[in-house]
Design a protein around this ligand. Structure first.
Ligand SMILES: Nc1nc2c(ncn2[C@@H]2O[C@H](COP(=O)(O)OP(=O)(O)OP(=O)(O)O)[C@@H](O)[C@H]2O)c(=O)[nH]1
Ligand SMILES: [Mg+2]
Length: 300
């Protein structure tokens, strides 16, 4: 069979469900998910297969009005994802009161885009909204932009995702696969391991605290018996956050470590030991090296 292969960038507002969708299309966890906005910080590539077709899906940080340096770098990365793609998927959170509000700027930019890429629309979270509202939304978006197709999906529950995958596959040009058959992501395991810990922290911490955190895998040791030992540093940007992340008598960080270990053991199919250290680094958001690590542009 002739091989087909192409790159699809998934764009949308923060929290639209982009990472959830990519994990589902790929059939494996390649990008972390949380109920909070601004979870994905850099470009993450997930690789989906559909018969003889390989679809490289770029998960992007949500697009919003950035203020801080890190936010600017995240939004710049999202637009950079578009440049690399031959097809862009705009994902909308239909469960919002005003689903178009947070995508107004994205629509404007896509309208103007100098290098126009074909677009596909996916209305997400349809499990939470009435059908008539969806149809209105679909037609008003189609009036604004020229979408090659529109899908109504639930990335979380899977509804409509199979049809979307079939359609995406049908759009991919002839060409050799970019990745080996069994590869689901281009992210090195050390980075994915750090992301998984960050996801567990995001899910447990409240308000602004998660945004002041970053996780780095410091050491990765493979033992002869197959066990893996991972040491990670959780950087906090304020001294007062250290105690919160540690929890009473270290209870919080232990629980986060246990959750991360469990997930990594499933992914790696071996016994994992994980050690987490919490360190204060007030200005990690101004440290170019941290940006480099994630492929983010420090001066975006
Ligand atoms: N009910 C419902 N919830 C969903 C659906 N898809 C995603 N979610 C939830 O929406 C939240 C955000 O999902 P993510 O996949 O992290 O969203 P994202 O677009 O990647 O967000 P950022 O990385 O912050 O830009 C999570 O709590 C998901 O479980 C869906 O189809 N239905
Ligand atoms: Mg995400």
């Amino acid at each position: 069979m002739t091989e087909h292969c192409g790159v699809v960038a998934v764009l949308g507002a923060p929290n639209a469900g982009k990472s959830t969708l990519i994990n589902r299309l790929v059939g494996a966890k390649v990008s972390i998910v949380s109920s909070k906005v601004q979870t994905t910080r850099a470009l993450v590539r997930g690789i989906a297969l559909q018969e003889s077709t390989q679809i490289v899906l770029i998960d992007t940080p949500g697009i919003f009005k950035p203020k801080q340096r890190l936010e600017k770098a995240m939004v710049a990365a999202a637009w950079q994802g578009l440049e690399q793609a031959e097809l862009a998927l705009l994902l909308i959170d239909t469960s919002l009161k005003n689903p178009l509000g947070p995508v107004e700027d994205i629509i404007k930019r896509l309208e103007q885009a100098e290098t126009r890429v074909p677009l596909v629309l996916a209305l997400n979270k349809v499990d939470k909204i009435a059908k008539d509202k969806l149809l209105v939304l679909a037609s008003s978006l189609n009036e604004r932009l020229d979408f090659a197709a529109t899908f109504m999906i639930s990335a979380l529950h899977g509804g409509g995702v199979e049809d979307l995958l079939d359609w995406l596959a049908s759009q991919m040009p002839e060409g050799e696969w970019l990745f080996p058959e069994d590869q689901v992501s281009d992210m090195p395991m050390r980075l994915l391991a750090a992301e998984i810990t960050r996801e567990k922290l995001f899910n447990r911490l409240h308000q602004e605290l998660p945004y002041g955190l970053m996780v780095e895998t410091e050491q990765w040791e493979n033992f002869d018996n197959g066990d893996i030992k991972i040491s990670q540093i959780v950087y906090v940007s304020r001294d007062s956050h250290k105690g919160i992340v540690l929890g009473k008598g270290g209870a919080m960080i232990r629980e986060v470590g246990a959750q991360a270990r469990q997930e990594l053991e499933e992914i790696l199919e071996t016994k994992v030991h994980i050690k987490l250290f919490v360190k204060l680094q007030e200005n990690w958001k101004d440290d170019p090296e941290k940006y480099h690590l994630w492929g983010l542009d420090y001066s975006a």
